[in-house]
Structures are given as structure tokens and as C-alpha cells.
Design a protein around this ligand. Structure first.
Ligand code: AMP
Length: 394
């Protein structure tokens, strides 16, 4: 099926042509017709499958220019909210509708101005609720409500906020709920937001053999040296290295820099401005190695990421899927490499047991042992910029 055969509004089709989308992805061809017919949808698919356009195309079609909020998209993180906005702006280029992104950590003023004229709002639940409480947002004309990455929003503790937001919406709206996984807690509450929803589950790109998954056995002390060795061996174009804590992301990034590797840390402890700057440099390829926590990297859509390294193993299956989904995007191939110390084998096996992933053991030649400096990071008085203090060398 082609987009031309989906009865999509001319102006939106024109935008898709401009972006270079020729054929709908599987989730798009299954979901767009149903959303156009007005059904609620519960969609299970990951970022990387093209789900933003799956809801974004019909959403943009249904919205008209009249300075009233007609669509609200909730996302778990600022980064994802910004990314969705970028995509919706592309789809609606020829319609002239106004889209306002709403998230915390920045001042309210510009958002309030935008809310007065916006037809579409994309944002994180906390700040949206904040605006609603202050009377800055009128949802009485809302036609479409989208919950993106619902599983993550629940894990991040947003459920009560989402319920409060939902109470202020018309009941006869259309609801579209997307999630990479359907946990028991999500299954329990999803019916609360949707009515007679059509359930759609698509296999994703992860199973289409463009993503190669590997693991390496390593002892704790040599893990950093192995990472540096693998970077030399694999020669990634862009890579994301996942750690489980902010401190580890800072440490690994700093030690990579010490070894001449162009790495930067990305985590929730950075200010919004700092995060945006890091992302811009990574997008442009100025920084080629992003050392990130799960939350910070969730939903990032950067097409040329050739490698994902799990420096620490993820906490659960959902984080693993999301991590490896940062590579092999938009038809490109990618590699996900997990560095496992002995104690982690059992947890790793548990994490991947629900998937039929083919994770191969990576062959590693001898490598040089490098020092790993345990820097101390001290925040300045503004709690914004970080300074490095070298405690000791090893
Ligand atoms: P998403 O799952 O929405 O994060 O999309 C993943 C990537 O696929 C993004 O870079 C999209 O721009 C790209 N994409 C989505 N739909 C299509 C399509 N129909 N044709 C080509 N690329 C697409």
C-alpha cells in the first residue's frame, strides 16, 4: 500500500513527499485507516517502527486552524516531546497549524503565549497539569488524545497526573495509546482512557534482521578497557553508550575523553539547555559518542547511530528494547553490544527471555588495559554546570 492509496489529505501528502516518506511502515498502514475512521487505538510498537507518523498523519489531518486546542499528545520525556513536535510540524507544514511543546525545566511564559494560539499540544504530564491548574489550557474542544510510550509514563509515576488531565477532556474524543510493552499495570488502566479500542500489535524493525545483537564476557576491572577496544574495533559512526546511573555516565564519558574519544554525558542532572546542546552536537556528528542514562535517551530518533553499547546491563526488558531501538533506525543497520560481567549473566538472561533475539557472543582479540579514573564531580552553586576534580589516578 502507498500513502496515495490511503485517502490522505493533499496538503499532508505533499509534506510526506517533501520528507521523502514513500511507503507506509507496517504500523502506519495498519493504524492510519483505523484512526481515520475515528476508532480509538491501543498500539503496541516501539519507537523506530514509525509510530509517530502512524498517529501523527491522521492527527494532523483531523486538526483545523482555529486557535483552539484540538489535539493533546502526552510523552514521558522532554526529548521525546520535542521530537514528536518536530515530526508533527513536518507533516502539517502546508496547513499552517500551530503546535506548542510543553515541558518542565523552562519558564512558563513562552508556553502560555503558545497555548493561546495552539491547535496541537505536545508535552510531558507534569507541566501540562501545571498549566491546566493555572487555567492556561482549555481542553473543551479536544478531539484527539494521544498517550505515547504509555508504559514509560507509568513507570515514571505519571499515572495520577494523566488521570487528572484526562478528567478535563470531553468524553467523546478519540484516544490513541501507544506503548512498546503492555505491562499488567498498563493493561489494567488502558481501558479507562479508551473506548472500544482497536488493538494493533506490530512486529518491529528489531525483528527485521537489520539489528545485530552481541554480548561480551568481561570482568569488572577490564570493562572500560574493553569498551575502548570495541570502539577501536567497531569504528562506530555514532554510538550511544548506556549506563545505569548519572555518575557512571559522567565517569565513562570523562574517561573516554581522556583516551581521545569524543564523548559527552547525557542525563537528567543536566539543565534543559545543556541537554539540548549535547543533543544538537550529537545530531550534527560533532560529538560521536553519547554516554546516556535510559531516561535521557528514551525515544531519541537519530538515524545514523550505528552502535549501542550496554556498559551496564539494563534493569528490565523494556529498557533493553528501548536501548537497542536507538540504532538500526529508518532502514539503516545497527549493532547492539552488551558488556556482561559474570554476575550479570542471570539477570541478562531474564531480561531477554521473552524475546526470540539472536544474541551472539562477540569475538574479542587481546586489548590494552587502560586506567579508569574515579573523578569526583562537584556541582557549582547553580546546580547546573559541573566541574571535574581528579581524586586519584590508578
Ligand atoms: P518513529 O518510530 O516514529 O520514531 O520513527 C522512526 C524513524 O523512521 C524516523 O526517523 C522516521 O522519520 C522514519 N520513518 C517513519 N515513517 C517512515 C516512512 N513511512 N518512510 C520512511 N521513513 C519513515
Amino acid at each position: 500500500m502507498k500513502f496515495e492509496d490511503m485517502n490522505i489529505e493533499e496538503s499532508v501528502l505533499g509534506s510526506l513527499n517533501d520528507i521523502g516518506f514513500e511507503q507506509p511502515t507496517r504500523i502506519q498502514s495498519e493504524t492510519i485507516p483505523i484512526i481515520k475512521q475515528g476508532y480509538d487505538v491501543i498500539g503496541q510498537s516501539e519507537t523506530g517502527s514509525g509510530k509517530t507518523a502512524a498517529f501523527g498523519i491522521p492527527l494532523v489531518e483531523k486538526v483545523v486552524k482555529d486557535n483552539k486546542i484540538q489535539a493533546l499528545v502526552l510523552a514521558p520525556t522532554r526529548e521525546l516531546a520535542l521530537q514528536i513536535t518536530v515530526d508533527l510540524k513536518k507533516f502539517s507544514r502546508f496547513k499552517g497549524i500551530y503546535i506548542q511543546t510543553v515541558y518542565g525545566g523552562v519558564s512558563m511564559g513562552p508556553q502560555i503565549n503558545g497555548l493561546r494560539r495552539a491547535e496541537i499540544i505536545v508535552g510531558t504530564p507534569g507541566r501540562i497539569l501545571d498549566h491546566m491548574r493555572r487555567g492556561n489550557m482549555d481542553l473543551t474542544n479536544l478531539k484527539i488524545f494521544v498517550l505515547d510510550e504509555a508504559d514509560k509514563m507509568i513507570n515514571m509515576g505519571f499515572i495520577e497526573d494523566i488521570k487528572k488531565i484526562e478528567r478535563n477532556m470531553p468524553k467523546n474524543r478519540q484516544t490513541l495509546l501507544f506503548s512498546a510493552t503492555m505491562s499488567d499495570s498498563l493493561i489494567k488502566i488502558r481501558e479507562r482512557f479508551t473506548r472500544n479500542a482497536k488493538k494493533i500489535k506490530t512486529k518491529t524493525k528489531l525483528e527485521e534482521n537489520v539489528l545485530k545483537q552481541y554480548y561480551c564476557d568481561i570482568d569488572y576491572k577490564r570493562k572500560f578497557s574493553l569498551l575502548v577496544h570495541l570502539i577501536g574495533q567497531e569504528k562506530p559512526n555514532l554510538a550511544i553508550i548506556f549506563c545505569n546511573t548519572r555518575r557512571d555516565t559522567d565517569l565513562v564519558a570523562r574517561n573516554l575523553q581522556d583516551n581521545g574519544i569524543n564523548a559527552t554525558a547525557l542525563h537528567g542532572g543536566l539543565s534543559q539547555q545543556q541537554r539540548e546542546k549535547v543533543m544538537e552536537k550529537f545530531h550534527k556528528g560533532i560529538t560521536r559518542f553519547l554516554v546516556a542514562t535510559d531516561v535521557a535517551a528514551r525515544g531519541l530518533d537519530i538515524t545514523n547511530v550505528t552502535h549501542v553499547f550496554n556498559y551496564n546491563i539494563p534493569r528490565d526488558a523494556e529498557d533493553y528494547t528501548n536501548r537497542i531501538g536507538r540504532t538500526a533506525r529508518a532502514g539503516e543497520s545497527g549493532n547492539a553490544i552488551s558488556l556482561l560481567i559474570r554476575d550479570e549473566h542471570d539477570s541478562f538472561r531474564r531480561i531477554i527471555r521473552d524475546f526470540s533475539y539472536d544474541i551472539k557472543k562477540m569475538q574479542v582479540s587481546d586489548f590494552r588495559i587502560l586506567p579508569f579514573n574515579k573523578y569526583q564531580f562537584k556541582r557549582d552553586r547553580n546546580f547546573k554546570t559541573r566541574k571535574f576534580f581528579r581524586r586519584r589516578f590508578r
